[in-house]
Write a protein that binds this ligand. Sequence first.
Ligand code: MTE
Length: 308
Amino acid sequence: MLIRRPDPIKPSEITPRSAYLSRRQLIAGAAAWGMLPAGAALAGAFPNLRKSDYKVDEALTSQKDVTHYNNFYEFGLDKEDPSANAPGRLKTRPWTIEVGGECAKPGTIDIDSFLKDNTIEERIYRHRCVEAWSMVIPWAGVPLGEVLKRFEPNSNAKYVAFETLMNPAQMPGQRSGEFTWPYREGLRIDEAMHPLALLAVGLYGETLPEQNGAPIRLVVPWKYGFKGIKSIVRITFTPTQPRTLWNIYAPREYGFYSNVNPAVDHPRWSQAKEHRIGEFGRRPTLPFNGYADQVASLYSGMDLKQYF
Ligand code: MTE
């Protein structure tokens, strides 16, 4: 029997629109200045956003920094380029992800149905970039493994490959031949199924801004940030290790695993410490970015200096 679920009541239906908007602006502003505890800015895009136990008890990076200090090479190489160039250029509707490869039920994810049909969780994760800076970000998303299981990967599915939109008209960076576009990333299937891996659709309780990878991107908190591929349009279950943009570009510098590891330096700089954006000085980098208890067992028996 099909039961139509009642739509959740939006705050806009019980509060006059003007009061509701100014309250949202107030909350967003306060959150940006770090005046609100984590989770307080939940009134935004996700009416049923559920706070989760996946959270680090560290000060959040300001919303301003999270959304204006970015890497998204399709929109330029400088940290300010994505926020200047992606909004207004990147069209995030309609948006679908094609899911296929080694699975019984290949199919399509439509972003609007995805947002309606899933419980969106807020998770506060450390975000460690390979360039030795870090942030703490309240993401909103759905565990990746829960989504992947619906496509019934088969026993040949040893890896999962991800691809960003290829559209040089919208993404000027893709007109340069420097990189092998589109941006590609990959995970081993057990990494992809790990409960920490998240498909993010928002941050700070709001819809993901274009510069952060709208409408949907990957977040793998124990790995360097470049594994967190943005604006995903394709997911493929593969029998062999997928090629990735950074590994094609500079294989000696960017390995497939890219687990955060203070003991393995990047060939051109140390990974022992990091600059937490918004703080003075540098803090020590933690193995697996502080998530070792949860993920180290995925790599038992592997030489992490060889498989960096
Ligand atoms: N995804 C795409 N498609 N293009 C990119 O250039 N940069 C990666 C990753 N995902 C990138 C991408 C890198 S290097 C990092 S550190 C993170 O996105 C940055 O995410 P943020 O801007 O939301 O902090």
